[in-house]
Design a protein around this ligand. Sequence first.
Ligand SMILES: Cc1ncc(COP(=O)(O)O)c(C=O)c1O
Length: 468
Amino acid sequence: MFKFQGDRNSLLKDLAVRVSQVWSSFDSARESEPEVSNQTLSILSEDLPRSGRGETLTLSQAVDILDQSTAQSRPRFFAYIGSSGLEMGAVADFLASSYDINLAVDSKAATLLERQAARWIGQFIGYDDNAKGLFTSGGTISNITALAAARTKRFPNARKEGVRDRVAIYCSQEAHYSNIRAVELLGFGSEAIRSIEIDQNRRMKMEDFEAAIKDDIANGVVPLAVIASSGTTLTGAVDPLDAIADICEKYGIWFHVDGAYGAPAAGTAKAEDLFKGLSRADSVTIDAHKWLFVPKACSIVLMKNYEPLVRTFSHNEAYMPHDNDEPNAVDITLEYSRPVRALKMWMGFAAHGADEFEAAITANLELADLTYDLAKNSDDFRVLPNRPQLSIVPIQYTPAGMKDASGLNRRIYEEILEDGRIYLSPATIDSEIWLRPCYTNFRTTSADVDALFEVIRDLGQRLAPEFS
Ligand SMILES: Cc1ncc(COP(=O)(O)O)c(C=O)c1O
């Protein structure tokens, strides 16, 4: 069954050549993004083939299709908070799929590797040298996992009885939507969310946070958890973690840090001060597929021990053996069948070392500084009043005489998509439309930042008269 039409080794050689070309193509920017070719459109409209076309042709078609797709690994993809397809991570994916180990039950060495990789991430961000953790498919799942653990901690019978009390969950107005979803899915209802106002640095206001808790307690509502953002998606703001930890201790509230994007910066000398108090969190979400550069999908939720997770997820099923005293992965996760996602991070750290990761994140932080300074010191750009805390730098093109900066920047964004030299997304901040470069790609350099400004100016100058 599934015999190769050619030879397995020649497929591997072909693959090596193709992947090497792909990786080289990520090293520098393309002149523009290619259109989806007619040939690709025709391949992608075919019905199910009853007989195979052979591995060589299939491989070449797959590469063409991926090459005509939007990929964040390219150095001038400034949009969103992407990953960069670190080569060791891609190799790990190939190996993990080849072995196809299921990390649902104890899988011997792979299980130990997952625990070690979690520990390494905990050490990298300075959370806990012995952190326990599990890899998930993304920040969305990590956040709901953490919140489910918070629920069981406060309501040990919640799995059986549900939660009858009214509860409150606190987060900044700019917390990521996945957290709201988690609250909805866990049955608390989105009205349980207390969206706390932000200060001029776009961080949760501590007086408002504490006042909301007191108000809830006075009204018989249980303050269940806080979701602190360590790197908001909109502007990269890091909530004051130490102050939040103090308040959580005072009122017995679960302290979750959504560091899906920003937490890796805690592992840099340049940004670590922003994360003071991170080590006091009950749980932390980190997306390795964002700022630890490995390919999707690879997130992790870290805790100090497995106990809250065991109490939240474990089941004793006749078909699920326990080979040792440790919990099976299915006892501590929402998922059942699980690939060895941890291999990406393990191979990344093992091959390159933590210092290299720190250097790459620091380089991104420096590009953010550079972008802020270039925009601030020019006559035709505007920046937010405070410097970026991490690597997201909203900028607005505002040449002299501009009457509708939001309108102009929206049009620039639309033209950028057509133009194809760079890729950038807009964001609405305080009801205005900004362009929002994000630096989470180790391939991006200062020459790419220059290109960013050049393209915005080039398109902006052409479009500006419509908005002046
Ligand atoms: C702060 C934050 N939390 C959670 C998420 C969701 O992560 P994922 O897309 O991996 O599910 C994101 C995604 O951008 C994010 O920025």
